[in-house]
Design a protein around this ligand. Sequence first.
Ligand code: SF4
Ligand code: SF4
Ligand code: FES
Length: 323
Amino acid sequence: MANSTVRATFDVYRYDPAHDAAPRYQRYELDLAPHTPVLTALLRIRAEIDPTLTLRYSCRSAICGSCAMQVNSKSRLACETQIGPELARDGRIVIEPMRNQKVLRDLVVEQEPFWRNYDKIRPHLILDPTKPMPEGRENPMTPEQVERFRETPRCIACAACYSACPAVEADPGFPGPMALAKLYRFVVDPRDQAHQDRLVRIQTDGLWLCLRCHLCTEACPKDVRPSERIRDLKEMAIAAQGGTEPGSRHAIGFKENIRERGLLSEMKLVRQTSGIGGLLGEAGQGLRMVRKKPEILKRPHRIEHLEEVEKIYESLDHREAPP
Ligand code: SF4
Ligand code: SF4
Ligand code: FES
């Protein structure tokens, strides 16, 4: 074996629902240069060892988004992930299909729910019919207006964020980080006339189901930072409509609650989120909670040095608002 190669072990998820009772992992070993992309290794396995291995790919240049998969439990583009660092860290390479999507065969998943959620946010410009496009030219934007899209145009629709998202796992109706980042892009587009309507609709279409865990931003291979754009959408929704939804009331209540004493009053937060009616409506659940955790009825004390908390709030109050 040449010095420039390493013995690489791959444990690859295999499952053909038409023939297999359950998924299994199949081990393959190859001598490869450390800079070999995972996708190249899988294609060699398919060409030289096992032609039945099924995977999806196209550009091999980190542009089309087709080859996203789990590499050592992280959502990655197989064509840009080199085997060397993976082997150095984990000693082997475990390849699995993307999460939160049904496996069709081996590493190929069903993408229909991902695209259906994307379609739901109306990912196209909705123009004002009273403002026709300038005669003979495209609708121009200033560099400052383009800047407001932030990193969203970099998205290649690979679904790595969707695969990593616990809100998608908990509720398949949640639009998902990519769709919400795209929605942000249209909300800030000055040529779009539906931004107010978009903000109103998304408040009841899952915006507040986002858990703010930032796993989507961590998973994104293009640094689109979807969780930050979701945060901006939430701020814009509150600015446009105030606390009209349980989600926005929860966010506003949480902020006020901590500012007051430096500690969360859980009972007060439930009241702020659901109102007295909601509190009574959830009385059964509330009583069970109180039985388990009676201390939630106590009003929390004010923490020492509450003025330090106030300083954080003041700096946040003076932070630049989203566009
Ligand atoms: S921050 Fe929100 S959208 Fe992103 S992974 Fe977490 S729950 Fe999903
Ligand atoms: S936001 Fe990032 S991870 Fe999500 S689909 Fe776009 S490029 Fe992929
Ligand atoms: S094959 Fe296109 S992004 Fe990897």
